[in-house]
Design a protein around this ligand. Structure first.
Ligand SMILES: [Zn+2]
Ligand SMILES: [Zn+2]
Length: 141
């Protein structure tokens, strides 16, 4: 399966292979801040299958909890977040994390896991059937 999507204003678009993808919910503080909401949904897949098909995003390099640097891609016009990428060619972790609400296929994609549950807001229950991880699980060490 292939997915495609883009930012709010249409300046930046992408497509991605999504066959071995993992759709999850992140409750970390950074995702709460970037999303303006209680959590953020992402689709994690191989970075090799991901490509920007229109425009060029702006980047912000953010140091993750683990110490690794992730490159956040967002539209320089409307500010919508599109994904995070490895900061360098061979950087670990080596995946793209697509801010999956930007994909056309979003309504069909159900999350199967929740991460950083340690910082889940107190009024929100775990979603039934989802794997629960207190912090970041080891996706590709
Ligand atoms: Zn935009
Ligand atoms: Zn997060």
């Amino acid at each position: 399966m292939k997915i495609s999507g883009g930012c709010f204003c249409g300046e930046v678009a992408y497509e991605s292979e999504f066959d071995n993808a993992w759709v999850g919910i992140c409750h970390c503080r950074d995702c709460q801040i970037f999303s303006g909401s209680a959590f953020r949904m992402s689709g994690i897949t191989d970075v090799e299958g991901f490509t920007f098909t229109k425009g060029a995003p702006k980047y912000f390099d953010k140091r993750a909890d683990s110490g690794s640097v992730r490159r956040l891609a967002f539209c320089g016009e409307c500010g919508a977040h599109l994904c995070s990428l490895p900061s360098e060619q061979d950087a670990k972790p080596h995946f793209v994390s697509i801010r999956i609400s930007t994909a056309k296929e979003f309504p069909k994609l159900r999350p199967t896991a929740e991460i950083f549950c340690d910082s889940r807001v107190s009024w929100l229950e775990p979603i039934k059937g989802n794997d629960q991880f207190p912090r970041m699980p080891d996706l590709n060490a």
